[in-house]
Design a binder for this molecule. Structure first.
Ligand SMILES: [Zn+2]
Length: 365
């Protein structure tokens, strides 16, 4: 995603500004210069953009706070010139939950527009933003412009194409009857058709923003389907199918020097650590081994470097479960059991290889 700066943390969710917003500020300065705006007009324009971004943050919180109700955390909210993005840790499999999370974003903009309409009506401001003399924001059309922008954000987000909210809304509605994978296939196909229509329209009308957005939507539609397909494969493949049956048990009290001599003679890089009673007490992830080679004099025994983080899963559990467990507990390696016996291990490199092999499969299959 590139560099971003945290500007606030609201309800435990960091709000970040993406560096490209800096380019956006330069664009505003250029725009103001082109239109020979005076300082007052520039002030209104900047104020308007700030208000618009606040509305976008509220939109993202519409998603995030709904997600929170379903136990889904938001990693962060990123603001960039093309809008906001709430990065959720996961999307619920339950289509009704996905629908609520998604729709509550655009609904925030509709609610803001409604409130602004009441304000306009109450103070008798008139609904015409008066853009006949070019787009210029001033005290007379500030509230009206903000209302129309919120309506635009609402409508734009309902376009049924990924990555717009409309794409997710369509997917979750289809998921209810035909399942998530096929729903995503159709939603991403419809998204691609929209993208093609956008580009055709852009070429015919000379509309450059759409010409840029079209290929982006086309690409995102494909990515979304790939992602869901990968998730399905991860859920349906058992650990027994990809786990490594080769692993080595080390004793906590083994000396590091002996271990390093030994490690060069074996290809195996999965180490479980046990105590004198043969109980697993931790692990030695492969990255630790590399570290150990550089700074071996710092450590005397295996227990000085072993990670106490460790857990087990049964062989018939899915890769997806192992992946989540690693993420939740910060594990690098998981022991695999069958009938109470340790039969192998799975670590991050094995999962990464699996993801790599399956994330570039054909689109239509
Ligand atoms: Zn949204």
């Amino acid at each position: 995603m590139g560099k971003s700066w945290r500007i606030a943390t609201i309800s435990g969710i960091p709000v970040l500004l993406h560096w490209t917003l800096g380019l956006f500020v330069l664009f505003i300065v250029w725009f103001a210069y082109q239109r020979s705006l005076d300082l007052t007009n520039l002030g209104y324009l900047v104020g308007f953009i700030i208000c618009l971004f606040i509305c976008i943050v509220l939109h993202e919180f519409g998603h995030s706070l709904t997600a929170k109700r379903f136990g889904v955390k938001t990693r962060d909210i990123i603001l960039s010139p093309i809008g906001g993005l709430a990065r959720l840790e996961s999307i619920p499999d339950n289509p009704y939950q996905e629908l609520k999370i998604t729709i509550n974003g655009p609904l925030v903009n509709l609610a803001i527009a409604g409130i602004l309409a009441i304000v306009i009506g109450f103070f008798g401001l008139g609904f015409d933003p008066g853009f006949s003399d070019g787009i210029k924001i001033h005290s007379g059309n500030f509230v009206q412009s903000l209302m129309y922008m919120n309506i635009s954000v609402f409508i734009f987000n309902l376009i049924p194409a990924f990555p717009m909210d409309g794409g997710r809304i369509l997917r979750s509605l289809l998921s209810i009857s035909i399942g998530r994978k096929r729903a995503t296939f159709w939603a991403s196909l419809i998204g691609k058709l929209f993208a093609i229509v956008f580009v055709l329209f852009a070429v015919l009308k000379g509309h450059f923003t759409l010409a840029f957005i079209g290929p982006f939507i086309y690409f995102m539609a494909g990515e979304e389907y790939q992602q869901v397909k990968l998730n399905e494969i991860m859920k349906s493949t058992s650990l027994a199918q990809i786990m490594s049956r080769e692993y080595i048990r080390l004793n906590e009290s083994d000396s590091v020097n002996e271990f390093l001599q030994y490690v060069d003679q074996t290809e195996v890089r999965n180490f479980l650590v046990q105590n004198d009673e043969d109980q697993i007490t931790g692990s030695l992830p492969s990255i630790f081994v590399e570290e150990l080679k550089k700074n071996s004099e710092l450590y005397v025994q295996i227990k000085d470097i072993a990670s106490p983080k460790f857990n087990f899963l049964e062989e018939d559990r899915s890769i997806d479960e192992a992946f989540r467990l690693m993420k939740d507990e910060g594990l690098a390696i998981i022991g695999i059991k069958k009938d109470g016996q340790i039969t192998g291990v799975i670590d991050r490199p094995i999962i990464s290889r699996f993801i790599l092999e399956h994330s570039r499969t054909k689109f239509l299959s």
